[in-house]
Design a protein. Structure first.
Lengths: 268, 344
């Protein structure tokens, strides 16, 4: 069971958004993807999910190029939650989650009681069991995001890919959602904005900048003052709490930030 | 579990059966109503005579009116309504836009240009009629819009904007040809055709419209689950295992084909493709397995009804059916909009 990118590039027209990214997702891990805005996280995630074909290099599932695996088979192995997916349709929470069964259904294997059960379980595992009959657009942002995750879970995937799942959520729901995902029995790859969240939940972190994968490793390896200065252009101290977790404390102080920004600009 | 399955299948079969009966009744009703009212019994006898040679005694004039004029006309109206409503439902789902309708793809505008080119400019030198001209025009317009959309980018917004541009261009061409070359008499005839006109249709038209509609319905139903998967957009559909590009090509293609055939037979009948899917959604929600057949059914009934009204509302005169669909459709749409908002 492997999910891997080898020398993957992806471009829009002549603009290269992702360049030469190689990474291998280890079974069972929580892999975080961090990087400043426009560093190519979202594009890399959609190649990893098999939604976009790489313009160079190859994306592999179980050592097979994704193009050969086939859309339906991919959808049974990889669940993907986009950054913001909304709809104008009047659908219930249960209907939204039922969409996750799409890759398993056909004329010969129509909807069955088993599918009902899987959908119900998916809703339970994101603590939305009691809201199955609610209409989609009456949900809050956090609830919508949980329904999306339930839909992905209904695909019964081995890999759950999340693109900035905590965007637009308040802090309680951010932590709640990540904790929920962390405890799910699947391999998770999540693009994360908040570096402290990455430090709290990730087994490994991949750091992107300018479309490249700059570094990949444990939070201790990646979240260093030097990396934060070079990649994000911020000054920060990394503190280790008594429970062994890392905590990032940002230092705000005019001139320093500007320097880092111009230095970074020169390098780029 | 088998009992459950069979009960679901059973319910589906009986619903489909009820729909067909309803459709048959509406066709018979449409054939009995008109300038000379003919009893329903005569209509049913006539149909029996023609379909399985029952040999009932029917007045030959009545029989001629029913079979040659009214019934063929009603069948075309039903096919056309079903096809336009289906196309509308499919395009609204694929393009994620509640205002999408089959004419959005520039098809009706292109058909008009093709028709007036044949009727007024004499393109084709009398080898083919207005219908063929309309079909060619709609295909050209659709090709133009598709190319423009592909050039503009892959987003769903691109095809809508390209459709608007294409429709404007071809409508301008039509107006140009009409104002430059048509006599007053011709202009009136063209106007009538542009608003949708079922007057001239006979069995050959029905034998084209009906199979196209049935094939279109089957193709769309085959993709019902794929259409459901587009609920959260095309990336979401892709991540659910839907081959997005293939579904786009097949379903937009079949919608364009259905629309082009219908427009070439009856002209452009507005509002059906836009309004009927929303009405159907109001009853059964967004699952396309139900929504598509119901849209087709309501579309068929609506257009058969609109045709009857267009024949009887002004004594001694037939109104363009497009006028009726818009007169009924616009207030109905307003009602759905307001009612829908209350529900929310």
């Amino acid at each position: 069971m492997t999910l891997e990118l080898r020398n993957v590039a992806w471009s829009v027209g002549f603009r290269k958004i992702v360049r030469d990214v190689s990474l291998r997702v280890e079974p069972g891990e929580f892999l975080g993807v961090i990087g400043p805005n426009g560093s190519g996280k979202t594009s890399m995630m959609s190649v990893l999910a098999g939604i976009r074909a790489p313009s160079d290099g190859v994306a592999l599932l179980d050592d097979q190029p994704m193009g050969k695996v086939g859309r339906r088979n991919l959808a049974r192995r990889i669940g993907f939650v986009e950054q913001q997916a909304d709809t104008i349709d009047r659908i219930t929470v249960r209907e939204a989650v039922s969409l996750g069964r799409t890759p398993y259904l056909s004329l010969l294997s129509p909807w069955s009681g088993m599918d009902d059960e899987i959908v119900a379980n998916a809703l339970e595992s994101v603590a939305m069991g009691g809201m199955a009959d609610r209409i989609w657009h009456t949900l809050s942002g956090g609830e919508k995001q949980r329904v999306h995750i339930a839909r992905a879970l209904a695909q019964q995937p081995d890999y759950l890919l999340l693109d900035e799942p905590t965007n637009h959520l308040d802090i309680r729901h951010q932590l709640g959602l990540l904790e929920l995902v962390h405890d799910l029995p699947v391999t998770v790859v999540a693009a994360l904005h908040d570096l402290n969240h990455a430090a709290l939940f990730c087994d490994r972190i991949a750091m992107m900048d300018g479309g490249r994968l700059i570094a990949i490793g444990t939070p201790a390896d990646i979240l260093t003052s030097k990396n934060l200065r070079d990649v994000f252009g911020v000054e920060a101290d990394i503190e280790t709490a008594s429970d062994g977790r890392y905590h990032i404390r940002y230092r705000v102080g005019g001139a320093m930030d500007m320097d880092a920004e111009t230095k970074k600009g020169r390098v780029a | 579990m088998i009992a459950l399955l069979s009960s679901v299948t059973g319910r589906r079969t009986s619903a489909a059966f009820a729909a067909l009966v309803l459709l048959g009744l509406s066709l018979a009703f449409a054939a009995s109503v008109g300038e000379t009212s003919i009893p329903l019994k005569t209509v049913i006898d006539t149909i029996a005579n023609h379909v399985w040679g029952a040999g009932h005694a029917v007045d030959p004039i009545d029989e001629g009116i029913i079979w040659n004029y009214r019934l063929s006309r009603a069948v075309v109206a039903a096919s056309c309504g079903a096809a336009l409503a289906l196309s509308g439902a499919v395009l609204q789902a694929l393009l994620r836009n509640a205002l999408a309708d089959p004419y959005l793809l520039g098809i009706s505008a292109g058909a008009s240009t093709g028709a007036v080119s044949v009727a007024i400019l004499g393109v084709g030198a009398g080898i083919f009629g207005m219908s063929v001209g309309a079909f060619i025009g709609s295909v050209v317009a659709f090709a133009f819009v598709s190319l423009l959309a592909l050039q503009a980018g892959r987003g769903t917004g691109a095809i809508i904007l390209a459709g608007i541009a294409g429709a404007q261009l071809f409508n301008a061409l039509t107006s140009f040809i009409v104002t430059k070359s048509a006599s007053a008499e011709e202009a009136r005839g063209i106007m009538f055709w542009l608003l949708g006109n079922l007057s001239g249709v006979r069995w050959p038209d029905a034998s084209l419209a009906l199979p196209v509609t049935i094939v279109g319905l089957l193709v769309c139903l085959w993709h019902a689950r794929a259409l459901d998967a587009f609920t959260f957009g095309r990336d979401s559909a892709a991540s659910l295992g839907v081959p997005v590009r293939r579904v786009y090509v097949i379903l937009i293609g079949i919608s364009a084909l259905m629309t082009a055939v219908m427009v070439s037979i009856v002209g452009s009948i507005g509002f059906v493709g836009l309004v009927i899917p929303h009405a159907a959604r109001f009853f059964v929600g967004n699952r396309h397995g139900l929504l598509l057949p119901l849209s087709a059914l309501i579309g068929a009934l609506f257009l058969v009804g609109a045709d009857v009204i267009s024949r009887v509302i002004v004594p001694g005169q037939v109104l363009p059916i497009g006028v009726i669909t818009a007169l009924v459709g616009a207030p109905a749409f307003a009602l759905i909009l307001c009612h829908g908002r209350v529900l929310r």
